[in-house]
Design a protein around this ligand. Structure first.
Ligand SMILES: Cc1cc2nc3c(=O)[nH]c(=O)nc-3n(C[C@H](O)[C@H](O)[C@H](O)COP(=O)(O)OP(=O)(O)OC[C@H]3O[C@@H](n4cnc5c(N)ncnc54)[C@H](O)[C@@H]3O)c2cc1C
Length: 61
């Protein structure tokens, strides 16, 4: 498997973007035992709603 190298070490996967999709992917891949690095361009926490609706699909995730 090819990997990703960075200042913090070597990783199996780089996830670009720490929105709800990136958060979910990073957590699932980490739970599978893969070394994951997430690169997010925004330095600050996003202060508006992202993925906080409560339909059955969101609750499943
Ligand atoms: C006006 C508006 C209102 C909304 N209101 C709601 C709401 O009330 N409730 C709700 O649940 N959902 C709401 N949504 C929908 C919600 O924002 C999206 O469904 C959700 O953010 C999608 O998540 P995502 O992780 O796919 O993408 P995003 O949330 O867009 O995350 C992508 C991330 O990648 C980062 N990124 C992009 N390019 C790069 C790059 N080149 N390098 C590094 N980082 C990068 C971005 O900074 C961002 O943090 C709203 C959307 C809009 C547009």
């Amino acid at each position: 498997m090819s990997g990703v190298s960075g200042e913090g070490g070597d990783y199996d996967v780089a996830v670009i973007g720490y929105g709800p999709t990136g958060v979910t992917a990073a957590n699932l891949l980490g739970a599978m035992g893969l070394r994951v690095v997430v690169l997010e361009r925004d330095a600050e926490i996003y202060t508006r709603a992202r993925a906080i609706s409560t339909d059955e699909e969101v609750m499943r995730i």
